[in-house]
Design a protein around this ligand. Structure first.
Ligand code: MN
Length: 231
């Protein structure tokens, strides 16, 4: 096989305890999956889960113990952090039942669903796609993936992010409206999942703006921390 130009390298994420890396295929994201965040966005109640995607090459892998860096993106004056538990798929499948979802999970990581909130809100108002608000370059920082066996009780883990040392978001994964299994059931009914897929499972309340120079430290209990500086 030859190409008319060299294809971009596959984006990959470090794996805790392994030399091999996790190659990213797709990035799925769940919208409004914590009740208090749904409320702060102006919605209430348990609606069916809905999904959007980010390009695989929007992922910014941050090595263990390192500080990642992302550029403040263009066109926005309101760049928000959304700290999220990320599920890494190791075995594909479609129409996966929630009860079987664990068989498809390779591991978990801490991720940030960075959002150009002003652009997202404008697109919402106009009934247009969210892509410009959500799927921009470097919009998906992620820390190392912890394999399931080493990850502990992720479903009941604390999730938080601090900006410049001060708490911004702090909740618990147990407060997900659609839990990990239910999310995979719904998602795999719409798309056939494949190894390498990442699922950003949604963010708790407390989303807010960051500016150039800010340092974000996010974590999920048992999965370590993710540090990212806004350049
Ligand atoms: Mn999100």
């Amino acid at each position: 096989m030859s190409y008319v130009f060299n294809p971009e390298a596959v984006t990959s994420v470090p794996v805790v305890g392994r030399a091999e890396r996790f190659p990213v295929r797709r990035v799925y994201c769940v919208g409004r999956n914590y009740e208090e965040h749904a409320k702060e966005m102006g919605f209430t109640g348990r609606e069916p889960p809905f999904f959007f995607l980010k390009p695989a090459n929007a992922v910014v892998p941050v090595e263990a113990g390192a500080t990642g860096s992302i550029a403040y993106p263009p066109l926005t004056k309101n760049l928000h952090h959304e700290i999220e538990l990320v599920v890494a798929i190791g075995t594909g499948g479609k129409n996966i039942l929630a009860a079987d979802a664990h068989k498809h999970i390779f591991g978990y990581a801490v991720g940030l669903d960075m959002t150009r909130r002003d652009l997202q809100n404008e697109m919402k108002k106009q009934g247009r796609p969210w892509s410009i608000g959500k799927a921009f370059d470097q919009s998906a920082p992620i820390g190392p993936i912890t394999p399931v066996a080493a990850a502990g009780d992720v479903a009941n883990a604390e999730i938080y992010v601090q900006v410049n040392g001060a708490d911004r978001q702090r909740s618990n994964v147990a407060k997900l409206i659609w839990n990990i299994g239910e999310t995979i059931e719904h998602l795999s009914a719409a798309w056939e999942l494949q190894p390498g897929d990442l699922i950003y499972t949604g963010t708790p309340e407390g989303v807010a703006a960051v500016v150039a120079g800010d340092t974000l430290v996010g974590g999920v209990g048992g999965l370590g921390t993710l540090t990212v500086k806004i350049a």
